[in-house]
Design a protein around this ligand. Structure first.
Ligand SMILES: Cc1ncc(C[n+]2csc(CCOP(=O)(O)OP(=O)(O)O)c2C)c(N)n1
Ligand SMILES: [Mg+2]
Length: 353
């Protein structure tokens, strides 16, 4: 079944599982039982790692860390829909997607430890771009990358993540415009988590984000971002659309940032706890777990194994992060310029003594 409605066809998000885990749509999204279990496992592992990262920051082992609790379905469902060669342009909050793409978590977290910019994983090998802190700047990069793929005649699809707040940036609009005009194989994947640091979406933007697509001449849709099956199905459809040469899609995944913006933020200063409590009732993991148990995709033994895996993985990443030495200073100067400028060479000389 198609999960990509015509642009402007309604504001109810595409949903397959209700918050209590009961199906309200077609659960047959074309995933094998093994895949369905793997998705469950990744969601549990990702949340456990996210909490470990916050602990690592509190213990001084990471400098700053932006948690993604509540956004596991949006990230894992969308990442699962990509082919191996498809390319992701992330923000700074997509560690769960990075895990699914095979990015080494210890390397990724070097960015948050402050030892290396972007994380010292190879974006070409993992097909997952560097962590991007400047809001929305990855979007023109993604459009450019998608254009390059198109000109090369490749069938690679590019997916760019961004937040609700990012849609206020000119970069979002420029990327969307180019994507439409050039009919790029690009999925613009917005995680609307309700907040841009302390600014709620209602004060960020008027109108609905998914509807912006119509103005740029391509389809947009809103999906329940806490329903991993719906996110997967919608993204897979958008990816197939792009791969067929039919151009971009804007997906607005409605989710919620359960934690603070980052470990440098205290959401309790600007956000009502009742809102967070209400959001917890739509938790993506309990929803999917309930369905997995009821449908026989998982049982208690499988859930226990997921929890054990998550614990072991978090401990392994913790040890790896702490044990990783700071990289040599000269690395800071490598890969900046193909042809270094004289002032750059001078700075390099000064830094290296
Ligand atoms: C160009 C730019 N302006 C401001 C900031 C500061 N800043 C960091 S995150 C953020 C909010 C981003 O909100 P959203 O796009 O919704 O993503 P979320 O943090 O909710 O994942 C802002 C304003 C920045 N990093 N870059
Ligand atoms: Mg946001």
């Amino acid at each position: 079944m198609s999960h990509v409605p015509e642009a402007g066809s309604g504001t109810e998000p595409v949903r397959i599982l209700a918050p209590d885990g009961n199906p309200v749509g077609d659960v047959d999204v074309g995933l094998s039982a093994d895949d369905l279990r793997a998705i469950l496992r990744w969601m549990i592992v990702a949340r456990r790692l996210d909490r470990e990262c916050i602990a690592l920051q509190r213990q001084g082992e990471l400098a700053v860390y932006p948690g993604f609790e509540g956004q596991e379905a949006a990230q894992i469902g969308s990442a699962w829909a990509l082919g191996r060669e498809d390319f992701v342009w992330p923000t700074f909050r997509e560690l769960a997607s990075a895990l699914v793409r095979g990015v080494d978590a210890v390397r990724y977290l070097q960015y948050h430890r402050g030892t290396w910019h972007g994380g010292p994983y190879d974006p070409r090998a993992t097909r997952f771009g560097p962590i991007c802190i400047p809001i929305a700047t990855q979007l023109p990069h993604a459009a450019g990358y998608a254009l390059g793929q198109k000109l090369d005649g490749s069938d690679v699809v590019t997916l760019a993540y961004f937040g609700d707040g990012s849609t206020s940036e000119g970069d979002f609009h420029e990327a969307a415009n180019l994507a439409g005009v050039w009919n790029l194989p690009l999925v613009l994947f917005c995680q609307n988590n309700g907040w841009a640091i302390s600014l709620p979406t209602s004060e960020q933007t008027s109108g609905e984000i998914w509807r912006r697509a119509e103005g740029y001449g391509f389809p947009g849709l809103r999906v329940d971002g806490n329903d991993v099956l719906a996110v997967y199905a919608a993204t897979r459809e958008a990816v197939a659309h792009a791969r067929r040469g039919e151009g971009p899609t804007l997906i607005e995944a409605m989710t919620y940032r359960i934690g603070s913006h980052s470990t440098a933020d205290d959401a309790g200063r600007y956000r009502d706890e009742a809102e967070v409590e209400a959001a917890r009732q739509t938790d993506p993991i309990s929803r999917y777990r309930a369905w997995a148990l009821a449908s026989g995709v998982a049982d208690q033994a499988i859930l226990a194994a997921c929890d054990d895996d998550a614990e072991a993985f978090a401990m392994q990443v913790r040890e790896g992060v702490i044990a990783t030495p700071a990289p040599p200073v000269e690395w800071m100067f490598d890969w900046v310029y193909a042809a270094p400028t004289s002032s750059f060479e001078r700075q390099r000389g000064e830094a290296l003594g």
